[in-house]
Ligand binder design. Structure first.
Ligand SMILES: *[C@@H]1O[C@H](CO)[C@@H](O)[C@H](O)[C@H]1NC(C)=O
Ligand SMILES: *[C@@H]1O[C@H](CO)[C@@H](O)[C@H](O)[C@H]1NC(C)=O
Ligand SMILES: *[C@@H]1O[C@H](CO)[C@@H](O)[C@H](O)[C@H]1NC(C)=O
Ligand SMILES: *[C@@H]1O[C@H](CO)[C@@H](O)[C@H](O)[C@H]1NC(C)=O
Ligand SMILES: *[C@@H]1O[C@H](CO)[C@@H](O)[C@H](O)[C@H]1NC(C)=O
Ligand SMILES: *[C@@H]1O[C@H](CO)[C@@H](O)[C@H](O)[C@H]1NC(C)=O
Length: 446
């Protein structure tokens, strides 16, 4: 009896909180087209004339924030991308459509100057096409580069799948690691990365790299300078979740493993929980980093399949809630994730069961949030979201007179305040819900 009332009460709260939910994120930057900070206007003009810069072919995908730098990746979808990793100075106030500054410098992005079009790997480091990047608590930027150029055209592999680690304090490259060929397949596509600094020891850091094409993961140990390939059936897409509708465009994607989000370290075993999901899927999964970090488990044939049971299905969301990037906020225990077909950011409190009912919506907007592609929470606990209308660019073409790309932000505590993800405060935050609770209690005891 009581439990039914609780469910009803809960459902009521969901509905009434849904009304309160507005667009919880504010637009910080917006662009009709991207532009880059060339050394001077004649250099920019020359780049336009030589078509090394074709503005309409530049679409941002990933973002990260470290101190005053907002990093943005611009993969080489088509020709004319002058720099695939760049940043905006957040201290330069007053500009809503700032020019992007190449990171760490222009020459690292000068892939066209390579005579053979195949980069000399041993000598000069180039960044070709990173999708996602991650700044860690040791002030390093981890750049996961697919090495691919003209991705929507001839898809040339002009560089290796590589991991670059920069010291953000002086912009020096501190590690460069090529993902061994034996861990990749023809369809491999490394589009997302999570970074795990163990027990505050900057040397003892792991990178988890999601291969959405081959539905697998490559784990890299900075200390060992070695990697291994992790596979599991939960890394595959769900064929029933392949249909997408975004801003009037319908398409089908079969992308596997994508969202990777790390919890805080367990106070006892010092391992984290990795929450993960394939892109074309409505399910969320979890595994301990104890399993991912155990190299023997993934290299000793005698142990094949031994850890399968350590991967957990947490639950399912509603239909049409495909999600690419996700981020776990250690303080609240809330998992934030993009809802690409709803132009929204969803949330789930890891203290609750994973069901459609426990999914909240942090923000939604059919104009400013079309295709939320990346989400991060910075060290000051601000949420950052990049929205980019990517399917329109890929399948229909962008309207260059309209604003197409936006960076939105809000303090996380404010963003999640009115959602079902803030369990304990939900009743307090909703006056209607509060009145309802009072009336239920009144009726129970009357
Ligand atoms: C513009 O920048 C380019 C590249 O740094 C440089 O070679 C050129 O001399 C500069 N031109 C002017 C007019 O400053
Ligand atoms: C690297 O390139 C520089 C010039 O760009 C050349 O002088 C040097 O010999 C090269 N080193 C190797 C190991 O190929
Ligand atoms: C890491 O390993 C790669 C080969 O797997 C090697 O080329 C590179 O020099 C190593 N880096 C360090 C810092 O040991
Ligand atoms: C790795 O897994 C194997 C098999 O379960 C286990 O015997 C071993 O102790 C684990 N290693 C570590 C470092 O946890
Ligand atoms: C989700 O979609 C499947 C098939 O596409 C359908 O059978 C099912 O009823 C849908 N579920 C909900 C809750 O709409
Ligand atoms: C966006 O559009 C869809 C479909 O028209 C609608 O169901 C949804 O409520 C809209 N969302 C917002 C935040 O306006």
């Amino acid at each position: 009896m009581t439990s039914i009332k609780c469910v009803k009460l809960f459902a009521y709260l969901l509905v009434c909180l849904g009304i309160v939910n507005g667009n919880g994120l504010g637009v910080v930057f917006e662009w009709k087209e991207l532009d880059f900070a060339y050394p001077n206007s004649s250099a920019r003009q020359a780049a336009l004339e030589s078509k090394s810069f074709i503005p309409s072919n530049n679409v941002p995908v990933g973002l990260e924030v470290w101190k005053n730098k907002l990093f943005i990746t611009v993969p080489r979808w088509k020709p004319g991308v002058p720099a695939s990793l760049s940043y905006v100075d957040l201290n330069q106030a007053g500009r809503t459509s700032p020019q992007l500054k190449p990171y760490p410098d222009w020459s690292t992005h000068d892939v066209n100057s390579v005579a053979s079009r195949v980069i000399d790997r041993r000598n000069i480091t180039h960044i070709v096409s990173p999708f996602r990047i991650r700044a860690d608590s040791c002030d390093r930027l981890w750049v996961l580069d697919t090495g691919k150029s003209d991705i929507l055209g001839s898809e040339e592999k002009i560089g290796p799948n590589q991991l670059l680690v920069y010291n953000l304090e002086n912009d020096e490259l501190v590690r460069r690691y090529e993902i061994p060929k034996k861990f990749t397949k023809d369809e491999s596509f490394f589009a997302n990365i999570a970074v795990d600094v163990r027990n505050k020891d900057c040397e003892d850091t792991f990178a988890y790299m999601a291969d959405l094409g081959a539905s697998s993961m490559v784990v890299y140990s900075l200390k060992k300078n070695e990697s291994w390939r992790v596979t599991h059936k939960y890394f595959y897409n769900d064929p029933k979740a392949g249909k997408y509708h975004v801003a009037g465009v319908s398409f089908e994607w079969t992308d596997g493993l994508f969202g990777l989000a790390l919890s805080a370290e367990d106070s006892e075993d010092r391992y984290r929980t990795m929450y993960f999901h394939p892109f074309s899927s409505f399910s969320e999964f979890a595994v301990s980093t104890r399993i991912l970090q155990n190299q023997t488990l993934w290299t000793d044939p005698a142990l094949a399949g031994a850890s399968d049971k350590n991967f957990m299905l947490l639950g399912e969301r509603e239909n049409n809630t495909q999600s690419c990037a996700s981020f776990f906020d250690e303080k609240t225990g809330i998992l934030l994730y993009t809802q690409v077909t709803r132009n929204a950011i969803g949330c789930w409190n890891s203290g609750q069961k994973y069901t459609p009912m426990t999914q909240g919506q942090v923000a939604a907007n059919n104009v400013t949030m079309v295709f939320p592609n990346d989400i991060k929470v910075d060290s000051q606990r601000n949420v950052w979201v990049l929205t980019d209308r990517m399917p329109l660019f890929m399948f229909k073409g962008l309207d260059r007179s309209d604003v197409n790309f936006r960076v939105l932000s809000a303090p996380i505590d404010r963003a999640v305040a009115d959602t079902v993800c803030m369990r304990s405060s939900a009743v307090v935050l909703s006056p209607l819900g509060f009145i309802f609770v009072i009336s239920v209690i009144h009726r129970q005891f009357a």
